[in-house]
Design a protein around this ligand. Sequence first.
Ligand SMILES: NC(=O)c1ccc[n+]([C@@H]2O[C@H](COP(=O)([O-])OP(=O)(O)OC[C@H]3O[C@@H](n4cnc5c(N)ncnc54)[C@H](O)[C@@H]3O)[C@@H](O)[C@H]2O)c1
Length: 275
Amino acid sequence: MSSPLFKLSGKVIVITGATGTLTGSAADYLAAQGARVVYLGRTQSKLDDALAKVRAAHPAAEVLGLAADVNDRPALERARDEVLAKWGRIDALVNGAGGNQPGATITPDKTFADLDFNAFQQVVDLNLHGTVLPTLVFAPALLAAGGSASVVNFSSASATRAITRVVGYSAAKAAVENFTRWLAVDLGRRTQGGVRVNSLVPGFFLGEQNRRLLTNEDGTLTARGDTICRQTPFGRFGQAEELHGAIHFLLSDASKFVTGTTVVVDGGFGAFSGV
Ligand SMILES: NC(=O)c1ccc[n+]([C@@H]2O[C@H](COP(=O)([O-])OP(=O)(O)OC[C@H]3O[C@@H](n4cnc5c(N)ncnc54)[C@H](O)[C@@H]3O)[C@@H](O)[C@H]2O)c1
């Protein structure tokens, strides 16, 4: 018999950016564990495809796909109300939507003076405000959940260590980790543990956003991909499934006394000096 510590069945879990590589894999995993999973994304057709896929693999999956941009408050409020109308409660929010864009990076042929500040702001909007706003909108429901609610914010290895090029994304993810600690303390004190807030830090995982930066068309590593793998004691990129255990832990009662922290899943990247 499996331990009730790790029970997810029946929990209503909302995940933003749920049609992405890591987020989609996590959402499907949670649905397979018996959670009621709400896939939030911007494009209804992509959500429909994701739901069809998970239902084909797990016919008993209880899933819902709702269109909501993480920077669009009315759309988030409509989504929240629809979930509450359907399932009556919300136990967890996974803030997965995030990403970078070229203008907010400094490529080797440029200097910081070339930074496109609009792009920088857009990256902060998506990664930081796109975490704060859904949390704000879903907070009343999480507070009403009755004592074991959980928020998981996707951060990045670049939040704590300077990684060349990614100036905007790194600043935004650092702020996400700071927000995680702030909210964990605030809600922790108010609810005595009723709502926990933690960050998840994936190391380098191949996804649609970074594939061209890290691998060549023939699948071999680019110079940057090679550098990253050499700085990773496991010598490779992570695979989406390798985040499932950490997400499961953070959403379940197994992490009942865990809040305001970061769970790092990076094959040792953050521990290694490179020497
Ligand atoms: N892939 C990695 O190596 C890696 C490493 C560290 C952190 N992360 C973080 O993990 C999270 C998931 O990454 P991923 O690799 O699955 O990325 P992804 O690009 O595959 O998925 C992100 C999803 O967010 C959605 N999205 C973008 N803007 C949105 C908006 N305004 N509103 C709603 N949805 C929006 C995208 O459509 C996409 O479906 C992100 O926060 C990312 O920054 C990824």
